[in-house]
Design a protein around this ligand. Sequence first.
Ligand SMILES: Cc1cc2nc3c(=O)[nH]c(=O)nc-3n(C[C@H](O)[C@H](O)[C@H](O)COP(=O)(O)OP(=O)(O)OC[C@H]3O[C@@H](n4cnc5c(N)ncnc54)[C@H](O)[C@@H]3O)c2cc1C
Length: 461
Amino acid sequence: MSKYTHAIVIGGSLAGLMAARVLSDHFERVTLIERDTVSNLPEARKGQPQARHLHGLLGKGLEIMTHYFPDLPAALQDGGAIFGDMGLSMRWFTNGGYRLQFESDLLGALMSRPLLEWTIRQRVLRLSNVRVIDECAVKEPIAAPDRSRVIGVQVQRRAENGRAEILDADLVVDASGRGSSSPKWLEALGYARPAESVIKIDMAYATRLYRRRPDDFELIGGNLIMISPDAPHLKRGGFFFPIEGDRWIVTLGGWSGEGAPVDEQGFLDYARSLAAPDIYQMLIKLEPLSDIITHKLPSNLRRHYEKLDRFPDGYLVLGDAVCSFNPVYGQGMTSAAMQVAELDRVLQERQSLNGLAPHYFKRSAKIVDLPWQLAAGEDFRFPETTGPKQHGTDFINAYVSRVNRATHSDPVVHRAFLEVMNLMKPAPSLMRPRILWRVLRAGRSAKPRSAMRGTPVSQTS
Ligand SMILES: Cc1cc2nc3c(=O)[nH]c(=O)nc-3n(C[C@H](O)[C@H](O)[C@H](O)COP(=O)(O)OP(=O)(O)OC[C@H]3O[C@@H](n4cnc5c(N)ncnc54)[C@H](O)[C@@H]3O)c2cc1C
């Protein structure tokens, strides 16, 4: 039997959908409120412009989503998602060479972000105690007279001439993304705004779709291509992922504002300027299916709700509203899923919603620490990056460069790297003696970088 009566979730994107799924186990009713029109199609909405860009789902994210929706992998596959062994299927150039392709037993899924979200949304909407109200914006939380507790939200529906309405709830969860109004709303209720960590990166994305041909996988020697820049000298990287509908999604991106142009030739020239030629060599053979669209991400942004002394009962914040990362590391959806899974555990442990927020925020902050440290640490490879830099970052980055070079030849190091990158293991697991020794050994026997650079995909056996 459900312990509580009604939960409201603000925002019907990935964090909101996952939150609704978990809350449906603890509340009699869950209402998901989304400002946009939510169609029954896999398509990006106005409130989530990023959904038109390439989205990689990390292993931990797939694992958590599958836990809550056991038929998700099969449904994604039916929808055209491409599954494969991460070690075998990734053609990934980094630190002057290609990571070794090997059987890792780590499963990866590739699809468009709209397909993933639509497949999850269908399953959330099948839950008998969850309903979605779309075309409806939350204007503010409503607090009890003494302001110690949030007891609902004021909403404004687009239909009915923008009629305002108050909806009551035992718990309101803000999953409204990076632009969340929670800091402002809390202030209006007499609470402090959370402190923010801002790491400025000036990341610029440019994305285009291409038609996928039957023999493309053979040509690239895997399912996808990633080209990482050799920081700090090179600032440009590229991703070339297959998605449903026999398409490739290609995102080229650069730090410090070094984004790709949106004209045909400029986009190709940018692809040719990457540290390896693989993506360029494919693009010149493929038929474009879309315009080139762009997105700018100024910073990694973390709101430290866990550091607040006072917080109203009946209110939580999660997903990008708490932490939004440089997207090149593919962590946002997985971080949201991990925060939601932690909320599930906390709700299972507790017998009351009183005092939930400080307890949950402390726990979720620990969850967010890992992706935050990985993203922020990597971004500090570029001297233009500014913001709070953790002690030891340069040392860790130097070690990770050696790990990267070891992955060119050592499957054991490569697997350990994949586990950390996919948020399945903590970062210190790369420092275990067994891995450390192999990393140092690989460093001693490494070939000169120039000998490994840029071997064209189509010329490898
Ligand atoms: C360019 C780019 C590329 C990315 N690539 C990746 C990737 O490869 N892998 C990955 O894991 N992550 C990636 N991310 C991050 C990922 O998109 C987010 O982490 C993910 O969408 C979860 O975010 P969210 O649900 O918290 O917020 P959002 O996706 O931003 O959704 C917020 C929702 O709340 C709604 N909303 C806002 N305000 C209100 C309101 N007042 N009332 C009602 N509704 C409201 C909005 O309409 C929207 O639907 C990328 C992000 C960007 C910008």
